[in-house]
Ligand binder design. Structure first.
Ligand SMILES: [Zn+2]
Ligand SMILES: [Zn+2]
Length: 229
């Protein structure tokens, strides 16, 4: 045990038991739900966009680990405000585990391509999500997903203007607020498939705007991955 572990012992985000960030019992408490279409947010097998909901520059799918409530909520909060890399790894492993078990569809798709033409792209740092270190938890999660899945990680998007904090805004205002906030960083993404990673899907306005920019830039399909919804 190192000194840091001694001073700040790992505690389960759910039951506070010492020795782990997420104990086996609390992991089972993560509320799962049916996956939904990223456009209408109604149930959809595999989180794939309904044929009638498909838009030219819209998301092709949405996959979330669980509902944004405790203990997952507590875990994500911890990720946001404290640098807890080990917890991030737990969450990524958990997501991939659920994913492989209950929704193998995505994995099969990527395997068929042997991972070629697939990129993992993080949502750039949000104004609202920035901690004092400027730490982007979406980038941390993305890197872990990329390493685990054997896919390339690319910071294909950047923020080009700051937006007002999204918290407390109505859904319409959020959409207006985020418009034009992102741009491509320059590397070509023509014809590639993108797994766009963020920690939480709330109204989806940020992920949808990122998707818009990626597809305008030539991305073939864009699927969102979030820990919670
Ligand atoms: Zn626990
Ligand atoms: Zn739909």
């Amino acid at each position: 045990m190192n000194l840091l572990d001694f001073l700040f012992p790992k505690r389960c985000v759910g039951c506070k038991i010492v020795g782990t960030y997420f104990c086996k019992d609390c992991i089972l408490e993560i509320a799962q739900t049916e996956l939904v279409c990223p456009f209408c947010e109604r149930a959809s097998i595999g989180g794939v966009v309904h044929p009638g909901c498909k838009r030219r520059f819209g998301l092709d799918g949405l996959w979330s680990l669980g509902i944004y409530q405790n203990p997952l909520r507590e875990a994500i909060k911890k990720l946001k405000y404290k640098w807890v890399k080990e917890l991030a790894l737990d969450l990524v492993n958990l997501t991939l585990d659920y994913w492989a078990r209950y929704q193998p569809y995505f994995f099969e798709l990527i395997k068929k391509d042997q991972g070629k033409n697939w990129l993992i792209v993080p949502v750039p740092l949000h104004f609202t999500r920035q901690n004092w270190r400027g730490f982007n938890q979406a980038a941390l999660l993305s890197k872990l997903f990329a390493a685990k899945m054997g896919l390339e990680y690319q910071e294909a998007l950047k923020r080009v203007r700051s937006t007002k904090p999204q918290v407390g805004q109505l859904s319409f205002d959020r959409r207006q607020n985020i418009k034009g906030a992102f741009a491509l960083t320059g590397q070509s993404i023509k014809g590639v498939n993108v797994l766009l990673v963020d920690d939480v899907w709330t109204t989806g306005s940020t992920l949808k705007e990122c998707c818009y920019v990626l597809k305008r830039g030539g991305a073939k399909q864009v699927r969102a991955i979030t820990l919670a919804r």
